[in-house]
Design a protein around this ligand. Structure first.
Ligand code: PMP
Length: 398
């Protein structure tokens, strides 16, 4: 039995039915069967979390806090770390941005998803580096010139799938007295993300990218900034006591930033996904990355997007420029004629994707105009070799 819930066959324009090849897993991953089972098991016991007595409320409160512990274990949380349940990665990074001590300057590279570019208020942007080593050297140069309180980097790019040297960047950041936050939205589904092992101070990721449903995410890391900050949302759960003059004592701990009734099912879903991912073997995904990249390299009108060298480490994400066909139309046709789901666009990383599209187009044909959008194939636990081969053969015929 598959570990992934699958939509089954889809009907093509010519009337045939095929197994749907979901190659848009980086946007949202399918749900793990274990996650669906854990959520279904809890549904009859639905009750309020931290807000009631009685068997249901007790059970739901216990399950919620156990989910937090499971996620803390999965992330290698240290003493002094906390796990806050958020809505997704975007929410987690916005929460951290609001919790920064007053005058903290944040350093990012121009290679980030908008979720790790737009929330920060005082920022220093470094040019996207051309290799992991260059990223480390550029950070070192920048921090020796300018004081920054936080460095915020992606662990794996949602455009190229390239893995960033987070542990080395963390070592440099700490040497200059800065903390480091890691956008692990795209690494968490493919590899362990361990705060202690990476030396990261904060990590953010989304449930819907780690094979759990929408609506829950995580910000984990050093509790001190979070405990000292104004609550992310004002309301019940975040307030320990409210006087008749509406003077508030805010709680400390994760509840300070989890005002409103908590998302129990989301937390349990994420925790279950973390447990499953801790045991997952990702060798299959690495083999599929190679299969797809080797196949694309043989296509004369297609060129992959990359920032680093061709042999840099990657997760299951490959974006490419296609000449001779409008990318949105190509994506639609792949869906209707071949039962393949990919994404055409700039992937919420507009500066990076536009730049890499221009470079990829120039490698293909120096005189050509770069397409407005790239095409991205991304995959994970449920992907098969046949899905990859189907995409390659459809592109070959394009
Ligand atoms: N960072 C990266 C690297 C991502 O790929 C994404 C999702 N595309 C996000 C952040 C934002 O995730 P979410 O939409 O779940 O908040």
């Amino acid at each position: 039995m598959s570990t992934i819930l699958s939509p089954g066959d889809v009907k093509l324009r010519d009337g045939r039915s095929v197994d749907f090849a979901n190659l848009d897993v980086a946007a949202t991953a399918p749900c793990l069967r274990a996650v669906a089972d854990a959520v279904a098991e809890l549904l009859p016991f639905y009750g309020s979390v931290h807000r009631g007595a009685g068997a249901l409320s007790e059970r739901c409160t216990r399950e919620y806090e156990q989910a937090r512990e499971t996620v803390a274990d999965f992330l290698g949380a240290r003493d002094g770390d906390t796990v806050v349940f958020t809505r997704n990665t975007t929410d987690a990074l916005n929460l951290l941005a609001r919790a920064l001590p007053g005058d903290t300057t944040v350093l990012t590279f121009d290679a980030e998803h908008h979720a790790n570019l737009l929330p920060w208020r005082r920022t220093v942007h470094l040019d996207a580096p051309r290799s992991p080593q260059e990223a480390v050297a550029a950070l070192e140069r920048a921090l020796s010139r300018q004081r920054c309180g936080l460095v915020s980097v992606t662990a794996a790019s949602n455009v190229t799938g390239e893995v960033w040297p987070v542990a080395a960047l963390a070592e440099v950041a700490h040497r200059f007295g800065a903390r480091i936050a890691v956008d692990a939205a795209q690494l968490a589904p493919h590899a362990p993300v361990d705060l202690a092992a990476l030396g990261a101070d904060y990590v953010a990721f989304s449930g819907h990218k780690v094979y759990a449903p929408f609506g829950a995410g995580v910000l984990a890391g050093r509790a001190d900034w979070l405990d000292a900050a104004e609550p992310y949302l004002a309301g019940g759960g975040a307030s320990a006591n409210v006087g008749s003059d509406l003077g508030v004592n805010w709680t400390t701990g994760p509840a300070r930033h989890e005002a409103g009734t908590p998302n129990l099912l989301g937390a349990v879903a994420i925790a279950t996904a973390c447990r499953a991912l801790a045991d997952a073997d990702h060798a299959h995904e690495r083999a599929l990355v190679k299969r797809l990249r080797d196949g694309l390299a043989d296509l004369p009108h297609v060129e992959e997007l990359r920032l680093f060298d061709a042999d840099a480490e990657r997760v299951g994400i490959v974006s490419f420029a296609v000449l001779g066909e409008e990318p949105g139309e190509l994506a639609t046709r792949l869906g209707r004629d071949h039962g393949i789901g990919v994404r055409a666009g700039l992937f919420c990383a507009h500066p990076l994707t536009r730049r890499l599209l221009a470079e990829a187009t120039a490698r293909l044909d120096p005189g050509a105009t770069a397409p407005a959008h790239a095409v991205r194939a991304s995959f994970g636990l449920g992907t098969t070799e046949e899905h990859i081969d189907r995409l390659l053969s459809a592109l070959r015929r394009a």
